[in-house]
Design a protein around this ligand. Structure first.
Ligand SMILES: [Zn+2]
Length: 139
């Protein structure tokens, strides 16, 4: 997806990557599964590495087309990215009306709108400000 038409008439574009108009929704249950998968994936990779079978770990997760010269960190990143997308719903925030569009299921093409109760003058943009440390605010 690169452009999405909001019901207010605005076009939400995620052509720029990364951006502050799209994000991901992760339930408590799914986040627990995902965070457990992080340690399980790293532990399994380290065990294969200790056993001298890093290629076996790579073959377990990737097909023959996958590059064989990537670092362990890059391969773990790719495995975890897939696990993340399997458990999250993509969200898009209209920067005109504040409506959130939430994917109906992972990998789904349908989105459901959720409108803020407050008026457009009172609402604040949500995506892009969701960091606990405040050092990742959008430009
Ligand atoms: Zn809108």
């Amino acid at each position: 997806m690169s452009k999405f038409g909001c019901t207010c008439g605005n076009v939400i574009s995620d052509v720029q990557c990364p951006n502050d108009v799209t994000g991901w929704l992760l339930s408590d249950k799914s986040s627990e599964e995902f965070f457990s998968a992080i340690s399980d994936t790293i532990d399994a990779y380290l065990q294969h590495l200790a056993d001298g079978d890093a290629d076996g770990w790579r073959r377990k997760h990737f097909n023959n087309v996958y590059p064989s010269d990537l670092s362990g960190g890059s391969m773990i990143h790719d495995v975890l990215t897939g696990l993340f997308f399997d458990r999250t719903l993509k969200t898009m925030e209209c920067d005109r009306c504040g409506r959130l569009w939430i994917q109906d299921k992972p990998d789904g093409n349908e989105y459901h709108p959720y409108s803020p109760d407050c008026d457009a003058d009172a609402r604040t943009k949500m995506l892009g400000y969701n960091t606990a440390h405040g050092d990742m605010k959008p430009d």
